[in-house]
Each structure stands twice: as C-alpha cells, then as structure tokens.
Design a protein around this ligand. Structure first.
Ligand code: MSP
Length: 669
C-alpha cells in the first residue's frame, strides 16, 4: 500500500486560532481524507510551535512561566481540531521531549557534517515573524513581511553555512520542478536563490525559551530550526525506539508540506538546506496557498481583522463552512472572506442546488417506489439523457482525483456542482412526478429516479473529504453502506435496486440570517468554545451576548472558564459608572454607543444591548463596567471597557445594577 504524509505548519501559540489557521488544517484534512479514499496509508500531522522570543514575551505579559503559558494556549489549537472535524493522526507540540531529542539529533548531524560555526550576529530581528532581516530589506525601518517593528540585536550566535548550499539547492530545484507549487512561488524562490545566500544565525543567547544547543546550553536554537524539524519528529526521527525508527523509514520524506505563502522561504530554502546538510532526504513538495483577506488586508490577530471559525460554524454548520472556504479560495490566490459570499453560497449552492436535489429525489422515491431503489430499464438507461448523467458521474471521479492531486479544491467542488446542476436539469426534463401518475409509464418513472439517485451516490462519495458529515447523511438517505466506498472502484450505475432508503432530512435547513446579523457577530466578544487563555471566556455574559444559534445547529453547551486565583480575578478592575448619553450604532441591531462617567474619566463604551433597551431608558443609569479592558473597535467606534449584563441562554441581556446609587468610580468586587 502506498503511503502519503501531509503536514500543516505548526501554529504559533501567541494568539487564538482564526480562520487562517483553520483553513490550512481543513485543506490538509480534505486532502488527507481523499488519499485515504484512494487506498493510501495516510499520516496527517498538525501541531503547535511553542518556543521563541514571541511566545516568551506573550507569557511574560500573561504573568506566566513560558511552559505554563504554552500548556494553556496549545489547548485552544488542539480544541479547534474536533470543531473543524480534522482527521489528523498526530498533534505535535515543540515542547514535547520527543521533539527535543529530534531537534538535538538534527543539530548534531548538521554540526558534525561541518555546517555550523560560532560567530556573532549583529543586525535586525522581527519577533512577529521570528526572522532576521538584513538591513537592505527593511522597508521604512520595518519588517518587509509584516510591517512590524524590528529590533537591533547583537549577540554571540551559531551560524549555519547556508551559503555553501546555494548550488545543491539550485540543482534540486532544476531537477524537481514540482518541488514548490504554485509556479509563482517557485519562481520567487528561484530568484532569491540565484541572488546568493548568506549564512543564517541559528542560535540566540539573549533569551532562554527554546531548545538548548547540544554541548553549549547558553544558546537556544533559532526557533525555525526547531520548528521545521517537527515534521521529522512526528515521523519518528531522533527516537531510539525501533518502532519509531521503522515509522520514520516508512513516512520520511513527507509528501506535502502545506503552508501559507508567507513562510515559503523558510520551507523552501532553510528546511531543504538543513536536510541536505544532515544528508537526509528532502520533502517531495512544498505547497503554498494564498491568504484570507478582510477588507483587503491579510487576516491576522495583530490587525484584529480575523474571522473566528466558531462564529460561522455555529450559524451555518461545519460542513457548510468547510464547503465555503474550499470553494471560495482558488488555489494559490488570495481570497476575501465576506458575509455576503458565505450567505449566498449557503442559500444557492447548498440549500437550493444540493439540498433540494437530495430531498426531492429521496422524497419521490419514498412516495412512488415504496422507499426502495428502483430497477432501471437497460433500454431506457441507454438513452442519451440518461447516459449523459451517468457518464458525467463516472468521469467526475477522475476529475475530482486530478483536482485534489493539484490542490485545486475549488475546482473539484465546481466540477461536482456541474453534476449537481446536470442532475437537477435531468429531473426537470423527465418530470418523474408526472410519470408517477401514469401506471403505463412505470419503467420510465423508475429509470428517471434511479439515474439521479445513482448520481447523488457518486456525488456523496466524492464529497466525503470536503463535507464528511453531509456526505454520510446523503448516503444514509440513499440506503448505502456507512463505510466509504473506495474511490478506486467508484463509478456510476452501481446503486443496488431493492435497497431500502433512509429517511429524508433537510441537509441544509433554511436559515434566517442576514448580512447585518453576521456583521454584528464579528464585533461581539468571543463566542468560541475554545476558551482563550489570554482572554478567558467571560463568566458574566457580556452585554454584547452572542445571537442564538439557528435551529440548524445543535445547542452548544455554554463554555465554563477554568478556575482562576484571587490575584487573577483582582486584575479585572470592575467599577461603578453612570451612563451620560446613549445612542444606537447606525447599521447595527445590537450595538449601543454609551458615554459613561467612570469617576476617573468620561469615556465611550459600545455595548450589545440595543435590542433590549431604548437609549432614553439608559441615560442616568448606574452600571458596572470593566474599567481596564483594552480598547477595541466595534463597527468603527473605539470602545473603552465593557458594561456588565447577565442573560439566560439566548435571552435578552439585563444590566447589572446596585441596590443603591453608588458614586461613579467605586470599586466592584
Ligand atoms: N509557526 C510558524 C510556522 C512554523 S512551520 C514549521 C507560523 N505560525 S503561524 O501561527 O503564524 O501560522 C502560519 C500559518 O497559518 C500560515 O502559513 C497559514 O497556513 C495560516 N494562516 C495564518 N493567517 C492566514 C491567512 N490570513 N490566510 C490563510 N492562511 C493563513 O508561521
């Protein structure tokens, strides 16, 4: 059995996961699932990148030791995986002992082969991207990649002889044109390589949160040397256990490192260079996708323009969310995430095209064929309309496999929807509901329902990697076995006549969401069940309470935040404030702009109480606020603090009040 090893980048743990992270993992998941269906032995890896200056600083800020901080934040990345139905086989954390052993083994190999020497690094460093930036590449004195502030560093450092590997790398690129894809990224890497390579600083001495350099623990390894090695660690590298060693033999080199386009250089130059220096085989392919943009800019935590997957999954259901991101982003290009687009695709592609097709066919079969797959007539199946649908279904298997082979998930889904459209048109043309009224046309009726049912079966089997739950439900409705059919034998025409069908259930229920409601949701406090350690889920429901989930989604249990100490609680500065002015935020149903007297200043707070209170009823009210909450922009208005309110699950918020009017500024504890 051939094997297939696919990885995602390991994610930095300085912020909560957002759509960007979830996207890479979902794409890798779809590809991994497809390869399993093609009969391969798949190993799918994801994980977290936990060392380095950025994480050390985030931990300091949170008042925690780096390891304790890492343990807490890594959990939110792990918790995302079941939420997006990721079928990963392993989750690696770079703070695990197995990884220390592996990275140190790689370092020793590279060093013993003469590629590491000691020197002094003087220059610029971007902590956001964890990269050294040559002075010539600074843009207005800032990092050319993220635009962030760079710091001057000057310290003893080990260097990796990257310059010595320029020619071997170029040769590899010339003999393996598919090594980096898409071609635009490969061309950038080639241009960079041809421009010559400088040796790379691979250790730091000015902080300690990293893997110690073997035999010189005053140095910790450069976080990218550490991080990239995760791909080998999880396969078993650096372990004494014969089972791990056998696994490494089997799965290394990886087939695909799937990454976002901003980390191509580390994967396409540094990583193969480290491996060449150690005499190890190189991964087969580095596949890079584009960025999710919001209002034209890369979605990122630092810009605060992120889509929180949970918000959309709770409203549309997971498979609809997966469908949307796979369908919307053309491989290699950037894509904008808009509420209009996800609503539009939900209604048109999912509820209307696919959902209606499935429920129409299965309902008709229940009504006219006793709830069983009918026996088609061979003569009628030979007609051109029937052949067109069944031939298209058989051809689709190859098309989808090919599209997945080149990571064109949007093309695979577009092709599947071609068949959905063709099948819908077939039914409209054959009008089985009319045939059902005429007993003499029984054979025509049965054939005209067998054809779309069989096409739906192929569609469902091909949708498994993209929308696993929906595909399973479709197959259940069609009475097909729960275990996946292998794609190697998948073809049209094999639905078994006589099979009892399952019950019809709407795949994509009608939802009453509007673009405005979705826009408001983006400004609400996190509704994620993956409680952020840096920002714990508030206990008292914040005034901007999340909208109740639509009927389509199973009720989610309210997340309970973990215990905190008295000292941690006392960090929240709760105070009495008096509302001076109140007005609704234009274009928002939920948000109210308040001017409050806090006793120490007057400030603006935007609160999600507009559905529950009239502005006039708020003026002069005494409320409790979080005084020391970092400012945040809600619908373009800077909000400085939070007004406390309580609400029953899904109910209206009620402001927290006092038995007597306390003066503004009084502490609340
Ligand atoms: N820790 C490094 C990677 C080390 S791999 C050995 C890192 N981590 S990260 O948390 O910043 O995650 C980067 C990855 O997240 C990107 O490569 C991409 O896969 C994904 N995305 C983050 N933001 C994104 C978008 N806005 N759009 C699409 N994906 C992006 O870099």
């Amino acid at each position: 059995m051939s094997r297939f090893y696919i990885t995602t980048p390991i994610y930095y743990i300085n912020a909560e996961p957002h759509l960007g992270h979830a996207y890479t993992t979902m794409v890798a998941d779809a590809v991994a699932r497809a390869h399993r269906l093609m009969g391969e032995d798949v190993f799918f890896l994801t994980g977290t990148d936990e060392h380095g200056q950025k994480v050390e600083r985030a931990a300091q800020k949170a008042g925690l030791a780096p390891r304790a901080f890492a343990d807490r934040v890594a959990r939110s990345f792990e918790a995302l995986l079941p939420e997006i139905n990721a079928s990963n086989d392993d989750f690696i954390r770079t703070t695990e002992p197995r990884h220390y052993a592996s990275v140190q083994a790689l370092w020793r190999s590279v060093r013993d082969n003469g590629y590491i020497y000691k020197g002094k690094y003087e220059g610029w460093y971007c902590t956001v991207d964890e990269v050294f930036v040559p002075e010539t590449q600074l843009v207005d004195g800032r990092c050319p990649t993220c635009g962030g502030v760079v710091e001057k560093i000057s310290e003893e450092s080990y260097f990796f002889k990257l310059s010595a590997l320029q020619q071997p790398l170029l040769e590899h690129y010339r003999s393996h044109p598919e090594f980096v894809t898409p071609a635009a990224r490969r061309n950038e890497v080639m241009a960079f390589l041809e421009g010559g390579l400088e040796d790379l600083s691979v250790s730091r001495t000015s902080f300690t949160w990293g893997i110690p350099v073997p035999d010189d623990p005053a140095h910790v390894m450069y976080v990218w040397f550490d991080a990239l090695t995760n791909y080998m660690t999880a396969a078993g590298y650096g372990s004494d256990d014969p089972l791990d060693q056998a696994r490494f033999e089997k799965f290394w080199p990886a087939d695909v490192h799937l990454i976002g386009k901003e980390i191509v250089r580390q994967h396409a130059i540094y990583w193969p260079a480290f491996l060449l220096a150690a005499g190890l085989p190189l991964p087969r392919q580095i596949v890079s996708h584009g960025w999710w943009l919001m209002e034209g800019a890369k979605m990122s935590k630092s810009k605060g323009n992120v889509v929180r997957p949970h918000d959309y999954i709770a409203r549309f259901g997971l498979d609809a969310f997966r469908y949307f991101v796979f369908r919307e982003m053309v491989f290699g290009q950037d894509a904008s995430f808009t509420d209009e687009a996800i609503l539009g695709r939900y209604k048109a592609d999912l509820a209307n095209d696919l959902g209606n097709l499935a429920s129409r066919v299965v309902t008709l079969l229940h009504r006219t064929c006793g709830g069983r797959v009918p026996q088609p007539s061979p003569a009628l199946l030979a007609r051109s309309e029937e052949r067109a649908v069944l031939d298209a279904a058989s051809a689709l298997v190859g098309q989808v496999k090919a599209a997945i082979g080149t990571f064109q998930l949007s093309v695979a889904l577009r092709d599947i929807w071609e068949l959905v459209g063709l099948t819908n048109r077939y039914i409209v043309a054959r009008e089985p509901w009319k045939l059902a009224k005429d007993p003499d046309r029984r054979a025509e009726l049965e054939t005209s329902l067998f054809v779309p049912a069989d096409a739906l079966r192929v569609i469902a089997e091909l949708l498994r990697p993209f929308m696993p739950t929906t595909a399973g439900r479709m197959l259940e409705m069609l009475g097909c076995p729960a275990h996946p059919a292998s794609w190697s034998t998948l073809a049209a025409g094999t639905l078994q006549p006589g099979t009892a069908l399952g019950q019809t259930a709407p795949l994509f229920p009608r939802i009453e969401l509007t673009v405005e409601a979705l826009r408001d949701m983006a400004h609400e406090p996190t509704a994620s069940s993956t409680a952020s350690p840096a920002k714990p889920a508030p206990q008292a429901a914040p005034a901007a309470a999340p909208a109740p989930a639509p009927a389509a989604t199973p009720a989610q249990e309210a997340p309970v935040a973990e215990q905190i100490s008295y000292d941690e609680f006392m960090k929240v500065d709760l105070r009495v404030a008096k509302i001076l002015e109140a007005e609704r935020v234009p274009k928002s149903k939920k948000l109210m702009k308040l001017r409050v007297d806090t006793g120490l200043d007057t400030r603006t707070i935007v609160a999600g109480i507009a559905e529950a209170y009239e502005p006039e009823a708020l003026v002069n009210r005494t409320v409790a606020i979080v005084f020391n909450l970092k400012p945040a922009k809600l619908m373009g208005i800077e909000s400085n603090g939070m007004v406390l309110a309580g609400s029953a699950e899904g109910g209206r918020p009620f402001l927290v009040g006092f038995e007597t009017d306390l003066p503004p500024g009084s502490r609340v504890r």
